[in-house]
Design a protein around this ligand. Structure first.
Ligand code: NAD
Ligand code: MG
Length: 396
């Protein structure tokens, strides 16, 4: 019997890789709903190919365009609109699994809805977990949902962990997680060399092809910072139990070190279809369409320490996790504002960590007991960051 999938963020990089895996297994997977925030024509093309029951778009203008294109193609598909519809298609009873691949805080509510309704959650949207880690993990446990990490590092850690991992490092003889980082496009650059780098240089990742926001995060190392927080929540550990290892080839996707001296790693091509297919089929394995790894082609693997002075975002994230409460949500929101301002050439690359640090410094301690606490912290941090932006604006 086939399984029904909702793809949140179907027009993005992860969304289209997910559709490629589905395309290879038409008898095993059926698309229930596809969502997109822009590129409506592409969303409709996917709807024509995969025949979902629903597509979700942001507003009436987009809905109008989608309906027109669907009618032209004589495709029967209902068009829904807005945030409530995202949560609905993530939680409808017919849905077996949800690919959470909306970028940023916008993915939190529908991803949480998938967890609360007991789905298999394929988690690419790391920002959702960073913002609301304890609430999200509780929702997974309380509702019998399954959480499969799609971020390549966390997927590799999941594969390298004991099968029956209880959430306790000591019980399984785990010493630490070795979280690998490519170092991004600016690895080995000095601060002076980074003074005038442009958005197009920042999004040109050497190994992975990804959306603009995560590409900038990779360049600042905030992506690794968010991933450190993500790993702490997913695997129930402290930040000092995770060591970041810069590994420029991105062949090892992360490792787990055990107290008997063993290190277990997952290796593969830098192609997101591997973790996506793994999450979809787990505990089975299916063809992902990924080129097989040839170690003779790779020949060598390098490992170096991260450069914390040039890339302060990693420590900002570690600090946010250790302070707890609303700090991870505040870090994430300030980063989203800073990255958007950098991508539109309003602020410089080096202003990104400065702006985030300033917002974090102004942040009062506050615990998180419910979703409103998280959403409130997100709003507060965006307001703070936007208020601080003028002092970082570039002269045109
Ligand atoms: P992307 O920018 O390519 O796609 C983002 C998707 O989200 C698009 O479908 C877009 O329409 C949708 N979206 C954007 N804003 C929205 C909003 N306000 N409301 C609803 N939908 C909205 O991004 P991506 O690279 O595919 O990344 C998606 C997520 O997966 C991110 O959280 C990223 O950190 C994570 N991730 C991506 C990769 C990768 O290789 N691309 C790897 C690991 C993790
Ligand atoms: Mg990653």
């Amino acid at each position: 019997m086939s399984q029904w999938i909702t793809v949140l963020g179907a027009t993005g990089s992860i969304g289209s890789s997910t559709l490629d895996v589905v395309r290879r297994h038409p008898a095993r997977y059926r698309i229930y709903a596809l969502t997109g925030f822009s590129r409506i024509a592409e969303l409709v093309s996917a709807a024509i190919e995969f025949g979902p029951r629903f597509i979700v778009v942001p507003n009436e203008v987009a809905a109008e365009q989608a309906r027109g294109l669907l009618t032209q193609a004589q495709q029967d598909c209902q068009v829904l609109m807005g945030e409530e519809a995202l949560a609905r298609v993530a939680s409808d009873p017919e849905v077996d699994m949800v690919m959470a691949s909306i970028v940023g805080a916008a993915g939190l509510v529908p991803t949480l809805a998938a967890a609360t309704s007991g789905k298999r959650v394929l988690l690419a949207n790391k920002e959702a977990l960073v913002m609301a880690g304890p609430l999200f993990m509780q929702a997974i446990r309380d509702n019998g949902a399954e959480l499969l990490p799609i971020d390549s590092e966390h997927n590799a850690i999941f594969q390298s962990m004991p099968v029956n991992y209880s959430g306790d490092f000591d019980e399984h003889g785990i010493e630490k997680i070795l979280l690998t980082a490519s170092g991004g496009p600016f690895r080995n650059k000095t601060k002076t060399e980074l003074l005038n780098v442009t958005p197009s240089q920042a999004v040109a990742h050497p190994n992975w092809s990804m959306g603009a926001k995560i590409s900038v995060d990779s360049a600042t190392l905030m992506n690794k910072g968010l991933e450190l927080i993500e790993a702490c929540f997913l695997f129930n550990c402290r930040a000092d139990q995770i060591q970041v290892v810069v590994h420029p080839q991105s062949i090892i996707h992360s490792m787990v070190q055990y107290n008997d001296g063993s290190v277990i790693a997952e290796l593969g091509q830098p192609d997101m279809r591997t973790p996506i297919a793994y999450g979809m089929a787990w505990p089975e394995r299916i063809d992902a369409g990924v080129k097989h790894l040839d170690l003779f082609d790779i020949a060598r693997l390098d490992f170096v320490q991260p450069d914390h002075d040039t890339f302060p975002c990693l420590n900002l994230a570690k600090d946010a996790f250790e302070r707890g409460g609303i700090f991870p949500a505040v870090l994430n929101a300030a980063n989203e504002v800073a990255v958007a301002a950098f991508l539109t050439e309003q602020i410089s690359f080096l202003a990104i960590p400065e702006l985030i640090e300033q917002v974090m410094q102004a942040c009062p301690e506050k615990t998180v007991t419910c979703l409103d606490d998280v959403l409130g912290a997100d709003r507060w941090a965006r307001e703070q960051a936007n208020a601080l932006l003028p002092s970082y604006l570039l002269d045109c």
